[in-house]
Unconditional design. Structure first.
Length: 229
């Protein structure tokens, strides 16, 4: 069963704060079969911005859209959702309420070493990542904007697209080529960058999460170009 992004967004908006649904449950809310339509729900939410409470939709096992996604965990915890130590919604894995925790975020040293590994394969991109790493705390909006721009240029080069190609279309070009996990990270970089551009409300945590996502996208792009970082 096909449905529009707007149908998915309307269903997700109906999920109360502090509650969650799985991708399959959202599909059923739309009258579709959860087994065949949950992926379409995930793809629609990957294109959503923060006006849609996308973070209230998780995988069947309670895990985040991207395993251990620190931003989604933080948004759910802010609404009172209990998260287990391995980064899943407690109510979906049969855990006792109150076991709140989250996987540790990548350390600056860990991010720096992964950026260095990209320098030979993607020099301009790695340079932008380095600048974002140094400014994520002091100027998170600037770092998020830089990451969005750098990723856009990287994908244009990877797919040989014209300079006026839209960022979201470049990410859609990854469908069927990149793993779904990488595509979701690419959308995360775009959305945090848009938040910084339009609202100026990106936090240092948002910028660091976007940096982590941008590194993963860069590692994939390097492999696509036959240059393993």
């Amino acid at each position: 069963m096909a449905f529009r992004d707007e149908d998915v967004y309307a269903a997700v908006r109906s999920i109360p704060a502090g509650d969650v649904r799985t991708y399959g449950q959202v599909a059923e809310m739309l009258g579709a079969d959860r087994r065949t339509s949950s992926r379409a729900v995930g793809q629609a939410l990957a294109r959503a911005d923060d006006s849609i409470p996308w973070w209230r939709v998780v995988r069947r096992d309670g895990s985040m859209r991207i395993k251990g996604d620190p931003r989604q965990i933080r948004l759910l915890r802010a609404e009172g959702v209990d998260i287990t130590a391995d980064g899943r919604v407690a109510s979906l894995v049969g855990r006792v309420r109150g076991q709140i925790g989250a996987p540790e975020a990548p350390t600056p040293d860990g991010l720096s070493s992964r950026i260095s590994a990209l320098k030979s394969a993607l020099p301009p991109y790695a340079s932008s990542l380095e600048r974002a790493l140094t400014t994520a705390s002091s100027d998170p909006n600037g770092a998020a904007r830089l990451l969005r721009s750098a990723q856009e240029q990287l994908l244009r080069g990877t797919f040989g697209r014209e300079p006026d190609a839209q960022h979201v279309d470049l990410i859609h070009a990854m469908d069927g080529i990149a793993p779904e996990r990488v595509i979701r990270h690419a959308h995360a970089v775009r959305l945090v960058g848009n938040q910084a551009v339009h609202d100026g409300t990106a936090t240092p945590e948002d910028a660091r999460d976007a940096l982590h996502s941008a590194i993963l996208v860069g590692e994939w792009a390097a492999r696509q170009r036959g240059q393993r970082p």
